[in-house]
Design a protein around this ligand. Sequence first.
Ligand SMILES: Cc1cc2nc3c(=O)[nH]c(=O)nc-3n(C[C@H](O)[C@H](O)[C@H](O)COP(=O)(O)OP(=O)(O)OC[C@H]3O[C@@H](n4cnc5c(N)ncnc54)[C@H](O)[C@@H]3O)c2cc1C
Length: 296
Amino acid sequence: MGKNSYDCIIIGAGPGGLQAAIHLARYNCRVILFDQGGGRTRHALHIENYLGLEVISGKELVDTGIRQIKSFGADFRREQVVSLRVENGFMVSTKNGQYQAPYVIVSAGAVENPPKIKGMNRFFSRTVFTCVDCDGYRTTGRKLVIIGDSLDAMRLAFAMRQMFTPDITLVLPAGLLPDDHAELLAEDAIAFKAGMPQEFLGEAALTGVKLADGQEVACEVVMLSYGYTLNDSCLAGLALKREGNGAKLATDHACETSVKNLFALGALKTGKAQAIIAAGQGAMVGIEINHRLLEL
Ligand SMILES: Cc1cc2nc3c(=O)[nH]c(=O)nc-3n(C[C@H](O)[C@H](O)[C@H](O)COP(=O)(O)OP(=O)(O)OC[C@H]3O[C@@H](n4cnc5c(N)ncnc54)[C@H](O)[C@@H]3O)c2cc1C
């Protein structure tokens, strides 16, 4: 096997890619994992829905995973993959070189598209959240503002009211909410403000959201309902089948994409984006690739 030839190349050090690397490296496969840094999991300050870990930050989870894969002999590179093409298996290019393998796992995740609101960095992932499955629980019994750019935010408000808190104000851009929808919100005692959020108020703790027209909406926690962008630019050269509104990658039950031997995990593919789900997918794909390598 040449210097830049591997059994499997993994793109992205989220829980999915790291778990796949752990499994493959522990079969003594030649594995290399590229990660450009940053990433959604790293932004999570408190993961408390991962079995066996009462609470862990995403950074600690990922950093521990990177140490773990290295300890089993996987190569780790802090590099961005710029392209991937089908050639002699797969040819993966970074700025520094080209790497070949018969199997590739893409676990490059997605990035949130939060609106520009002053003070975002101070509160993001502390008391300003983006994911119900991740952080909805942390809003329990608290004064909540939901901010969105589509009527999905209204559906979220009804769901949050059932699960977590009766004290909700929904903030949407003016003109977005039809009159009859406003009545539905009123029936559930969900307050509504039309406006554009401009600033999160408070120093140590969040105390409210200031809107562009100067109104201040008091709150302790915020849930944002905006979209995300897939980290899929390196896949641009491949005609991959997509599905769903977010144009996520279509995969089969084994997380294999429409291109044979190219697997996708985590937020890139259809399904729920949770750390433990991505890790489970990673374990499954690692085992599957090893079976194929062994031709079992
Ligand atoms: C604020 C916040 C809180 C969250 N809380 C929780 C929680 O409590 N529980 C939970 O289960 N989940 C939580 N999540 C979601 C969770 O972190 C991820 O969705 C999940 O772990 C799946 O991640 P992933 O493996 O798909 O991608 P990621 O964790 O985003 O990892 C992808 C990695 O790939 C890298 N990458 C991207 N493109 C390239 C490229 N071209 N070349 C090289 N590297 C590349 C990225 O930089 C990143 O490091 C939270 C997310 C956020 C944003």
